[in-house]
Design a protein around this ligand. Structure first.
Ligand code: TYD
Length: 134
């Protein structure tokens, strides 16, 4: 499974760094929602779902965390530890987030509003859904 990473251009100068995120430019969709996960307790693993339509870009704007990606055929693990890197998670990818550093802020941009009916939260249902929708 190819891991889809975006390297954001850093607008750095002698004062420090700045990154701008723009829909349909360096973010490959219309940005309908932004949320962030922070203050994650040590040892917590979260996510455990796939989406039917929602696509997202995950950016570890502070600290680090790891992401498990699973397309039903193969699994990949990736560490996000840089505010200038974005991980694209398309629909039909089971994902879990873990090993959050205490200072981790995981910022997520999504192409749709929050919609619980877009989630598949059971792994067996995920495998059945992707085999039906091939
Ligand atoms: P949840 O889906 O359990 O988080 P994760 O998949 O990262 O483990 O979300 C936690 C709560 O936040 C849950 O009650 C749903 C709610 N929520 C929203 O209201 N809006 C959102 O955009 C998201 C992502 C979650």
């Amino acid at each position: 499974m190819p891991i889809k990473l975006i390297n954001f251009e850093i607008k750095g100068d002698e004062r420090g760094k700045l990154i701008a995120l723009e829909e349909n430019k360096n973010i490959p969709f219309e940005i309908k929602r932004v949320y962030y996960i922070y203050g994650t307790e040590s040892g917590v693993r979260r996510g455990f779902h796939s989406h039917k339509k929602i696509e997202q870009v995950l950016i570890c704007t502070s600290g680090s965390c790891k992401i498990l990606l699973d397309d039903g055929h193969s699994k990949e693990n990736i560490e996000l530890n840089s505010p200038h890197q974005g991980l694209i998670i398309t629909k039909d990818i089971w994902h879990e987030m873990y090993d959050f550093s205490p200072n981790c802020v995981l910022t997520v941009l999504a192409n749709q509003h929050y919609d619980e009916s877009d989630y598949i939260r059971n792994y067996a249902d995920f495998l059945a859904y992707i085999s039906q929708n091939k």
